[in-house]
Design a binder for this molecule. Structure first.
Ligand code: PMP
Length: 385
């Protein structure tokens, strides 16, 4: 047996210890933690929907109609009218034939790879993809290759090396990269994938609700036709303020997932009231476009303020605005000092980001007000990160 206590002590000494904070109230910029009021810049609740009264009311109505637990997997007896309607609405929202709910984005990513690929097939991924996409390689047994971040030419080289191999190829990429906030070059990736007859999958967790005229995500933002990206994954726990995820695509793709994605088949469906709240979130997207406008105004405000302060920003036009620090110890120290000053801004270190790429990961939300963005800038300016 491993000496777990000793391993944990070592981890703590090496400054690699992960810990949680207990929140006493809803997800919001203002948090009370250990009796202290803090201003949080670390949530993925980009539109401030997680505690929106309309979502709360929809969840309550859902619970009254459906109860709480789904009671079974979708294919057994857990697929309610609420789930079914949400799937239809997500398909329409993303311009796809069909959509399929998964209980989490992590499971959706594992499920797609496992349903489409087998041993000996190929999974090509951007080097900075989210951990759940990378982990999918282990689940499906395909050979994993990682191409250089955002580099369609490197992808083309990887694809050329597989020419004539005759096996299935899945290329997967984040739409918006979760630690950098930049966008994948989807038109170029789509071209490369189509030329090699490979699947292209986009994980749009951080763009859904945020990018595009209607909030439909990276493809809408880039003006890319849905047919050029056969597999779209979106999550409901970020800008849509709820929980769970979906895959959208062709009728045949979705039926294939239902038949063979183990993370779909062998798990309990998300609670129906959550599906009702997610349906309400889609309606709020339409009714309150000012939330998206406000969010992008915050992004602009933060970037121009940070540029004036000489902070090392990354090329991101999204609510994910990392401030590059470099050294991991220094990033942790800065995050601690921000906490002392009343700001929650996490330090992100290797291995989550490349060696020498430690950063403060600032995320902005429509729930912030301008004054709060300015106060963060003031605090950052005082620390000279
Ligand atoms: N993909 C990306 C890019 C993510 O950032 C996340 C969550 N952080 C996931 C997938 C996983 O989604 P979920 O939290 O619903 O499991």
């Amino acid at each position: 047996m491993r000496d777990l206590a000793a391993e944990l002590a070592q981890r703590r000494a090496g400054d690699r210890y992960r810990s949680r904070r207990v929140l006493e109230g809803p997800q919001a910029p203002r948090q009370t933690v250990d009796g202290r009021s803090l201003l949080a810049f670390c949530s993925n609740d980009y539109l401030g929907l997680a505690a929106h009264p309309r979502l709360v009311a929809a969840l309550k109505r859902g619970a009254e109609r459906y109860g709480v637990g789904a009671g079974a997997a979708h294919l057994v007896n857990g697929h309610s009218r609420a789930h079914h309607a949400l799937e239809e609405e997500l398909a329409a929202f993303t311009g796809r034939e069909r959509a399929l709910l998964f209980s989490t984005g992590y499971m959706a990513n594992l499920g797609v790879a496992q349903a489409l690929l087998g041993r000996g097939d190929h999974l090509l991924q951007d080097r900075l993809n989210h951990a759940s996409l990378i982990d999918a390689a282990a689940v499906c047994g395909a050979r994993l290759r990682r191409y250089r971040h955002g580099d369609d030419q490197d992808l083309a080289r990887c694809l050329a090396a597989l020419e004539g191999d005759g096996r299935e190829i899945l290329v997967s990429t984040d739409g918006v990269f979760s630690m950098d906030g930049d966008l994948a070059p989807l038109p170029a990736l789509a071209e490369r994938a189509a030329a090699a007859r490979a699947w292209l999958m986009v994980d749009d967790a951080h763009a859904l609700g945020v990018l595009g005229a209607t909030g439909a995500g990276t493809l809408e933002h880039l003006g890319l036709d849905a047919r050029r990206v056969p597999v779209l994954m979106g999550t409901l726990g970020k800008a849509l303020g709820t929980a769970g995820a979906f895959v959208a695509g062709s009728e045949a793709l979705i039926e294939t997932l239902i038949q063979s994605a183990r993370t779909y088949i062998y798990t309990t469906a998300m609670p129906a009231p959550v599906a009702e709240a997610a349906r309400e979130a889609l309606r709020v997207l339409v009714d309150e476009p000012e939330r998206r406008a406000r969010l992008h105004a915050h992004v602009h405000r933060f970037r121009s303020g940070a540029a004036q302060l000489g902070l090392a920003l990354m090329p991101s036009q999204t609510p994910i605005q990392p401030v590059l620090v470099g050294d991991a110890g220094r990033a942790v120290d800065l995050s601690r000092r921000l906490l002392q000053a009343g700001f929650l801004v996490p330090a992100i270190r290797p291995p989550t980001v490349p060696e020498g790429g430690a950063r403060l990961r600032v995320t902005l939300s429509a729930a912030h007000d301008e004054d709060e963005v300015d106060r963060l800038l003031e605090a950052l300016g005082g620390l000279h990160p």
